[in-house]
Ligand binder design. Structure first.
Ligand SMILES: C[S@@+](CC[C@H](N)C(=O)[O-])C[C@H]1O[C@@H](n2cnc3c(N)ncnc32)[C@H](O)[C@@H]1O
Length: 267
């Protein structure tokens, strides 16, 4: 299967998932973003993120998130004083909702439906700060391709902040069951995939459904670091946490392992 077909399948799968997410959220974001104090960065794990955002100071900056899903995180980041923001995502339904939320919030944030790997050259060296959050990197088979886009869109001295699930968390998600801890059934940390979420991706409502075909890839920590460095981004800080990010009951109690990380870098 070629990469374009993989991306289009994932687009369909995410459009399907968004219907479940919207059902579970029941307009809470639409009601929330009408209030200027509203934020979705209110999970336990977000404290470490907020500390870093304040330290990096995005006040007055042009910021982006890629992929941004329905824009809730990017809209929440605007509370830290950014001048303008642009979110990119492949899902039609996510971007439709993001535009609606931006309108409700009155914030200076725009959204575009696009495959990240095909973002237009008009955004070259456009952003001071790019945010990459949990569940983002796994959709790109080749991280060098992904970070070459991130680097192209960053201004000189522009910064990135990645707050992602740790490769260990993906590893445990992939074939591990806390009820049946069978090492034989686990998929190797070194197996890139692709893998498929057969029961869907409703990490909001937790509903299982017959999912459209989607493809995701496991990336080792070394793959992530090398792809960043090979695209002219210097690593400023790298911290690992035992904070679980995806509300996944089966790995929540694995706090002896790194489950998330923050990496900051500068072009
Ligand atoms: C888990 S979300 C990550 C954003 C955010 N942390 C969240 O949880 O909503 C994954 C997003 O990646 C998007 N996506 C997957 N492949 C993409 C691609 N090639 N280009 C742009 N967006 C993509 C999906 O549409 C989805 O909104």
């Amino acid at each position: 299967m070629n990469i374009k077909d993989i991306m289009e399948s994932n687009r369909d799968a995410w459009n399907q998932a968004l219907i479940y997410h919207q059902r579970a959220r029941n307009n809470s974001l639409q009601i929330g973003f009408a209030n200027h104090e509203f934020t979705t960065l209110d999970r336990d794990c977000d404290n470490v993120l907020i500390e870093k955002i304040i330290k990096m100071n995005i006040s007055g900056k042009t910021i982006s998130q890629m992929p941004c899903n329905n824009g809730r995180e990017l809209l929440s980041l605007m509370r830290f004083g950014a001048k303008e923001a642009m979110g990119f995502d492949i899902s039609d339904i996510a971007i439709e909702e993001a535009k609606q939320l931006a309108k409700i919030s009155g914030l200076n944030v725009k959204f575009e439906r696009v495959n990240i790997l095909e973002i237009d050259n008009k955004f070259n060296e456009y952003f001071d700060f790019i945010y990459i959050s949990e569940g983002s990197l796994q959709w790109f088979p080749n991280l060098n391709d992904y970070f070459s886009i991130v680097s192209r869109l960053l201004k000189a001295n522009g910064e990135i902040l990645i707050f992602e699930m740790h490769p260990f968390a993906y590893f445990f998600e992939n074939g591990f069951s806390s009820d049946n801890q069978n090492l034989e059934k686990m998929i190797s940390y070194f197996n890139k995939g692709p893998f498929n979420y057969k029961n869907g991706i409703d990490y909001v409502g937790g509903v299982e459904y017959e999912a459209n075909e989607c493809y995701w890839f496991m990336h080792k920590m070394s793959d992530i670091i090398n792809a960043i460095l090979q695209n002219d981004i210097r690593i400023l800080e790298f911290n690992e946490y035992n904070l679980e990010m995806a509300n996944n009951e089966s790995i929540k109690h694995l706090e002896k392992f790194p489950l998330s990380y923050i990496l900051t870098g500068k072009k």
